[in-house]
Each structure stands twice: as C-alpha cells, then as structure tokens.
Design a protein around this ligand. Sequence first.
Ligand code: DGL
Length: 290
Amino acid sequence: MGNKTAGDHPQDVDAFGAPPNVCRAQREGAIGIFDSGVGGLTVFQAVAARLPDEPIVYLGDTARVPYGTKSPETVVRYAQSCAGILLARGVKLLVVACNTASAFALDALRASVEVPVIGVVEPGARAALGRTRNRRIGVIGTSGTVSSGAYLRAIRALSPDSEVFAQACPLFVPLAEEGWTEGEVPRAVAREYLRPLLNNAIDTLILGCTHYPLLARTIGAVSGPGVTLVDSAAETAQAVAATLEDLGLRAQSTGPARREFLVTDAPEVFTRVAKRFLDAELHNVEWVDF
Ligand code: DGL
C-alpha cells in the first residue's frame, strides 16, 4: 500500500472518495504514532490538531527509552517491535515520531510493514528549506540522530548545495522531562551546544528531537532573532493528512475521535511527564507487553 497513489482517476473512487480497493475497515483504522517515550506527544498534538476526526493510538516505548544513545541495530529492533504492537491494533498508517527511530529505522520499517510509514526527518528537512535564506541550516538532535547523518542526506537530496551543521544536545532531553525549560541552567547548556552552529552563521535551526520544542523559548533566545527555529511536528502532520487523502484512507466518521495511549512501562510516570508536553491530564494510559 505504501507506494500506491490511489484515486488518481474519478472513476476509481467510491461515494466516500476512496478507491474501491480500500475497504471501510481500513479507513476506520487509527493512525498509529510511536516514540521512545513521552516526547512524541509533540507530534501527537500536531497530528490531533490537524486531523481532529481521525482516531489515534499513541505508543511510548517507556521500557526502552532512550533511543538516542543506542546503536542503529538496536533502534531498528525496537522500532519494529513498536510497529508490531500498533499493527496488531489495526492501524492504517504509522508515524515514527521519534527522530532517532526515523533516522535509523524508516527504511527497514517501510520494507517490512504493509501500511504507509511517515517519519519526521524528511518533513523537517523540507520545512527548513522552505524557511532558510542563506541555505546554512543547523540541526540539533540526539547523538544517534546526528551520527546517522539523516538530516544532512534529506536536506541535500532536496537542495544539494545547502550547508548543514549538526550538533548533538543530549542534555536537552532530561531538562525537558524535568520541566527545566527556562532559566539559568538550560540557557547555559543551550549556549554551549549552540555556539558552534551560530559560529557557522546558520539562519535556520531544525529542532531534530521530540523534546526540543519544549525548550524552544530558551533555544530561540540564545540563537537570536536571525535564526528561525523549525519544529517538524506541524509539517509531519501535514504529510500524514496528505497521505491519508491520497490513498483514500481518511476516516468518514464524525464526532470526537478516539485517542488511546499505550506504554511499555510505568504508565504513572508517563502520565505525569505527559502533562508538561500536552498541558492536559491523560486518563487510562494502558501498559502493554512487548
Ligand atoms: N524521542 C527521541 C528523539 O526524538 C528523544 C529521546 C530518546 O533519546 O529516546 O530522538
């Protein structure tokens, strides 16, 4: 299904605007979103806002977080396990909200699952290219994301003469989870991490990690007004909407859509930290086996 562009011809669609080979059960399946933990809720929020009528199942792999320090092989294995949990729940499309998993596991997932798979790297690269004026783009992310070179490849594939400067910022993840997003400590950390990028005269900075949007004010203050911050969540949500539309997979139901939250460990910790990400209380976070 991943490579198909259905509904190109008017005679190929049914009364719901879907191609005849897309059955109602497929359309009514949920969007599955996974992340190594709680950070992917920034992507969940953007997808839920863009597609309020689409059911969503979110999985946080809290038993195996963090992914950002793990080997590519391990991240691929964890990502496949997360995809398996969501596919068993009948999801119609997978969103890899985790930048590290998008960087290492997207190709492996696309080759092994039957539903469309959307990561955050390509939408982030596209958004950055839409905003840069000097084509000097900074990328910050986990050690894994930076060492993968995934953003560099995605940007260069669209704009071969763009310059990309990447910096791992591992301390931003615990800072965001602890709620230390503003003040002396995060500002000092941001200054250290961002100095090499700012010395390279970037005008655009990709927040290439699920947690970094929570630190956007601090990162923005340190970067200064000449640097545009890019959060791939909104762009990813747009890619999800376009893919569902193209494949005739948009849900037809009206009214409030189902939102489910699954974790592989400690639902109460997820619920507590999720409050910082969503500004809302989650109820009934389900603990699933993996
Ligand atoms: N979700 C990860 C990412 O966006 C950050 C946390 C982790 O290291 O697992 O890369």
